[in-house]
Write a protein that binds this ligand. Structure first.
Ligand SMILES: Nc1ncnc2c1ncn2[C@@H]1O[C@H](COP(=O)(O)OP(=O)(O)O)[C@@H](O)[C@H]1O
Ligand SMILES: [Mg+2]
Length: 229
């Protein structure tokens, strides 16, 4: 099978005080091929982040299924325990957010090592892997700096290294350049493009940037919780 992800009739709503339920995703269907770079575009509030969180098993849907094919095993949400969801997320899914979400009290390299340490790998091995990745994303000179001491572009490079340390099959990026200036946007996008090939990782990016979307193999346009094209 060549698909890594199949989304079937996913719906989600948030309940608002006194206003009943507000649908945020309604009847979402699509699949993603292994190795594909997919962009989810659409105006703010369209439901892109919500959808990305569901794919990353970070949130719960009201109905519908998400089938994941990871290392030739098939998993189907919601038929997965919370424990398995956490394991899959840690082992196979990397996240990059608009605001790096690095842990402020840890150095850059410690942030990169963290997901691998949590996977139970020895500190020596984590450190060695993190050094290679820091070098790869061009921030090895910043190893011992805290996130607050890094530029926006550097923070996002560290976040990319962290997302890749467990060699994920699926990389989910939510407005990865939303907080960067033009020059940093370009270099971070170039980096994303090259690492996703090197690491042979499937990439789904939520963005409202044309520049980001133009790099994708395929674009899905979302509006009001639906895929419109
Ligand atoms: N935790 C939440 N509680 C209530 N409403 C939410 C919550 N998160 C998102 N929403 C609403 O869901 C809609 C879709 O949000 P989101 O997925 O963040 O869209 P996008 O990423 O495309 O901007 C928005 O109207 C937003 O206000
Ligand atoms: Mg969003």
């Amino acid at each position: 099978m060549n698909t890594i992800l199949q989304i079937h009739e996913i719906t989600k709503s948030y309940s608002l005080e006194n206003k009943g339920d507000r649908p945020v995703l309604s009847g979402i269907n699509f699949s993603v091929n292994k190795g594909e770079f997919l962009a989810l575009v659409g105006p703010s509030g369209a439901g892109k982040s919500t959808l990305l969180h569901l794919i990353g098993l970070l949130d719960t849907a009201d109905s519908g299924t998400i089938a994941l094919s990871l290392e030739s095993h098939n998993y189907s949400y919601p038929l997965l325990s919370k424990k398995i969801q956490t394991q899959l997320r840690n082992a196979y899914i990397g996240f990059i957010f608009q605001f790096h979400h690095l842990l402020p009290e840890f150095s850059a390299i410690e942030n990169v090592m963290m997901p691998r340490l949590l996977a139970g790998i020895s500190k020596q091995e984590c450190l060695a892997d993190a050094k290679i990745l820091m070098e790869r994303v061009g921030v090895s000179h910043r190893e011992n700096h805290k996130p607050s001491e890094l530029s926006g572009g550097e923070q996002q490079r560290v976040a990319i290294a962290r997302a890749l340390i467990n060699k994920p099959q699926l990389l989910l990026a939510d407005e990865p350049t939303g907080n960067l200036d033009t020059a940093n946007t370009e270099s971070v996008l170039e980096l994303l493009q090259s690492v996703r090939r090197e690491y042979n990782v499937t990439c789904i990016v939520a963005t409202h940037s044309q520049q980001v979307a133009s790099l994708a193999d395929r674009i899905l346009v979302m509006k009001d919780g639906k895929i419109v094209e």
